[in-house]
Design a binder for this molecule. Structure first.
Ligand SMILES: [Zn+2]
Length: 245
């Protein structure tokens, strides 16, 4: 069942014509993480967003504002990886947006999704994505959540563990996560029930909390907070200058 309204369009990122002024206007209006940064870091952030756009293709429903999608989805990836040298997530060729939540392609169960990562595609529901970035202090951000899954996949599966430093710090994060995860019945604070579905979901939700509720994450799980800081080379408590030296 297809009609003009829900027809998908594929945009090669290299061909998206976007002036720097448009890009910064979208980021300033919609992306609080960027808006808080010092001017020189804003500049680095913009360059990374432009680069990320250029190495992806975007699958977008015809009815969506197509310039905001590549800018803001790329910004979510750049936020997560801002303290890392590698930020392009090369395994993932496609970024896909659905207008609203959608059904998983799963013959065994009817599941409604706000986002997921599968094969070389990162998918989000645009309405949930916008809600996630509009409030940057509520701990829910589907963009960061899916980029966290993608970052994990990129390093553990696609790079096959070759980036030793990152993998060492990631395993510190995962060991600490597993301890918290195992104790969930006693100390389930901050995390949603969904985080306890499996360790991957716990990881993705930890990333959301790290950026959106850093004070609370630090208070309740200081070791995990420190491990995430080391892994991502960022301190989310310092909003103007989050990069660690
Ligand atoms: Zn997830």
């Amino acid at each position: 069942m297809t009609n003009e309204h829900n027809k998908d369009y594929v945009y090669d990122g290299r061909r998206i014509k976007l002036h720097k002024a448009e890009l910064t206007a979208i980021l300033l209006k919609r992306f609080p993480y960027y808006a808080h940064l010092l001017p020189q870091l804003k500049h680095v952030f913009e360059n990374r967003v432009q680069r990320f756009i250029a190495v992806k293709s975007f699958i977008i429903p015809g009815s969506q504002a197509y310039k905001e999608v590549p800018v803001l989805l790329s910004a979510a990836a750049v936020q997560l990886t801002f303290g890392l040298q590698e930020f392009e997530l090369p395994w993932f060729r496609y970024i896909r947006v659905h207008a609203e939540e959608y059904f998983a392609d799963d013959p065994h169960a009817l599941r409604v999704l706000a986002g997921h990562v599968e094969e070389n595609v990162i998918t989000v529901a645009w309405n949930h994505f916008l809600k996630g970035i509009a409030d940057d202090r509520d701990g829910a951000n589907v963009g960061l959540h899916e980029m966290a899954h993608a970052l994990y996949y990129q390093h553990v599966i696609a790079h096959n563990g070759k980036r030793k430093g990152f993998i060492k710090e990631l395993s510190d994060v995962m060991e600490e996560s597993e301890e918290i995860y195992t104790l969930r019945h006693n100390y389930n604070v901050l995390y949603s029930d969904y985080a306890y579905k499996n360790l991957q979901e716990f990881w993705a939700e930890s990333i959301e909390l790290f950026f959106e509720k850093p004070e609370a994450l630090q208070e309740h799980y200081p070791e995990l907070f420190d491990n995430l800081k080391e892994l991502l080379n960022q301190d989310p408590l310092n909003k103007t200058n989050p990069l660690l030296p």
